[in-house]
Design a protein around this ligand. Structure first.
Ligand code: AKG
Length: 339
């Protein structure tokens, strides 16, 4: 069967997503769109230590495993890191999740979020690229809300892995009609920390507690169970990974377990992940979900995501409407970047 030209996803890709909980689509984003995201990530990275939302998890891991050192996260305040450190040190099953290669630990595992709130280039990609329609197709959704962006950068020689986890319990949502689009902004291979997905885990019917990425320690505030220790027995799981080039996207179901290696190469691994929800998703102030950045809504449990914090990005009211331009006109002091 060949793809209908008006469909954004081929039947084979759609079948792979349904079966595996993850699919890699090639050459989805344009060079201009990749440049928008790289510019945003480079700006976030330059703000490390001064912004309230950027963290270096590589450095945090070093501080966590040295009980005598107190936590220093610069101006970042999204998480109570001292509490997380205590939580990890109290966890008898916690251990460092780091590559063991012998190189100087000079790396950085940078994490930030919600660039779309201040960056017009990110909005152009999140709202007006091919991604919203692709998300609608994979989710069988009548309409699609944009939830948030998150940045994950692993600099050269970063030992820190990303602990396997499932995304659902990080988000204030109920329902599983949600996808995460992982966008490589540099070529990504096994050496520099490509993502690994546990094929079919979206169908296990389990919700797992969030962890703090540097250890499998679950958030105390989450009532959900601990994620299986996939790192200790990877061969027991059906793990799939994709080498990707900028422009390719990997889309996983919100229930699919995934993690990544460190960056053992001399190359950067910059990535941004964009999250989209379908019309069946409802707001849920989930215990243990991570606080969102700068949301102003007053949604209550069970509400549809009808809020400027979660723009409806598909379908478009009319073809070729650029929602990012609409946001520039209506949004709260939004800054612009040129196409
Ligand atoms: O890039 C990584 O290492 C982790 C990415 C991830 O967990 C996500 O996009 O949900």
């Amino acid at each position: 069967m060949t793809a209908r030209p008006d469909r954004p996803v081929s039947p084979a890709d759609r079948a792979a997503f349904d079966r595996d909980g993850v699919v890699c689509l090639r050459k989805v984003l344009t060079d201009t769109e990749i440049t928008h995201l790289r510019d945003a990530v480079d700006r976030q990275l330059a703000g490390l230590g001064q912004t309230t939302t950027g963290y270096d998890f590589e450095d945090l891991a070093r501080q966590i495993w040295h009980p005598a050192r107190s936590m220093d996260t610069g101006a970042a305040e999204r998480f109570d890191m001292q509490m997380m450190k205590d939580m990890i040190l109290d966890d008898p099953e916690a251990r460092p999740l780091r590559e063991t290669d012998a190189f100087d630990a000079a790396g950085v595992f940078f994490y930030d979020a919600a660039a779309w709130k201040s960056d017009g280039g990110v909005r152009k990609v999140a709202f007006d690229s091919r991604l919203p329609e692709i998300a609608a197709e994979l989710l069988d959704a009548r309409y699609v809300n944009f939830w948030e962006d998150t940045t994950f950068v692993k600099g050269p020689h970063t030992r820190q892995k990303t602990a396997f986890h499932q995304d659902l319990a990080y988000f204030q949502i109920s329902g599983t009609q949600c996808v995460v689009v992982w966008i490589a902004l540099d070529p990504v291979t096994h050496d520099n920390g490509r993502i690994q997905y546990v094929r079919g885990s979206h169908r296990w019917g389990e919700t797992y507690a969030p962890n703090v990425f540097v250890s499998q320690t679950p958030f105390r505030s989450s009532p959900e169970r601990r994620c299986p220790d996939i790192e200790s027995a990877p061969d027991a799981y059906d793990i799939v990974a994709f080498d990707v080039m900028p422009g390719d996207v990997i889309i996983h179901h919100v229930m699919t377990l995934h993690g990544s290696g460190g960056n053992r190469s001399d190359r950067w691994r910059r990535a941004m992940s964009l999250r989209y929800c379908g019309d069946q998703v409802r707001y849920f102030d989930r215990p243990g979900a991570i606080p969102q950045v700068g949301v102003a809504h007053d949604l209550r449990d069970g509400d549809r995501l009808l809020s400027a914090d979660y723009p409806i990005v598909w379908p478009k009211p009319w073809p070729d409407l650029r929602l990012a331009d609409v946001y520039e006109c209506l949004g709260p002091g939004a800054s612009s970047s040129e196409t």
